[in-house]
Ligand binder design. Structure first.
Ligand code: SF4
Length: 170
């Protein structure tokens, strides 16, 4: 984090970046094991009928350019490491929206042999949008809540996780 008191330019740049992030967050979408039902709703949210872009939200393909990860499904054994890698490749500050009952708590797939956990057990989640599958209006509401949270300066799930004491093994 920049030392704003000693560097006014850094303070101006941080403010500018925060303004840009709130007004035009870039999102990446990942399916960590969903049945695709939630993903169809996300695509409807992003395409002209529901048009999330009118809130400035832009879908793009690289985690290195993304502010927000919109993730669906329970986390399968195959996707767990990929999900972690995508999250780690995103620049900080970064935010996660978990969409659907499966993303929230494994939903219909809870207890299956190939399911590891829900999304929040693998990466820090800021907003949960429950439902099977949640409607585009609910997804838009979840993203709007996240933007309000960022605007208010409330600590993100990433920041809260970083402040947790490290687990001691042994
Ligand atoms: S919440 Fe429903 S629609 Fe979404 S991944 Fe789970 S079963 Fe599929």
């Amino acid at each position: 984090m920049s030392d704003q008191s000693s560097n006014p330019l850094a303070s101006v740049m941080d403010g500018l970046k925060s303004w840009a992030r709130i007004n035009s967050p870039w999102v990446i979408h990942y399916n960590s094991g969903s049945c695709n039902g939630c993903d169809i709703e996300i695509l409807a949210t992003l395409t002209p009928r529901y048009d999330l872009e009118r809130l400035g939200v832009k879908l793009q393909g690289s985690p290195r350019h993304a502010d927000i990860l919109i993730c669906t499904g329970p986390v399968t054994r195959q996707s767990k490491e990929r999900l972690k890698r995508i999250y780690e490749q995103m620049p900080s500050p970064k935010f996660v929206v978990a969409v659907g009952s499966c993303g929230t708590a494994s939903g219909a797939f809870r207890g299956c042999y190939n399911i590891c956990e829900s999304i929040g057990d693998v990466i820090p989640v800021d907003v949960y949008v429950p439902g099977c599958a949640p409607r585009p209006e609910a997804i838009i509401y979840g993203v709007a809540q996240l933007l309000e949270m960022i605007k208010s300066g409330a600590p993100s799930a990433e920041m809260r996780k970083a402040e947790e004491p490290a687990a001691v093994e042994g």
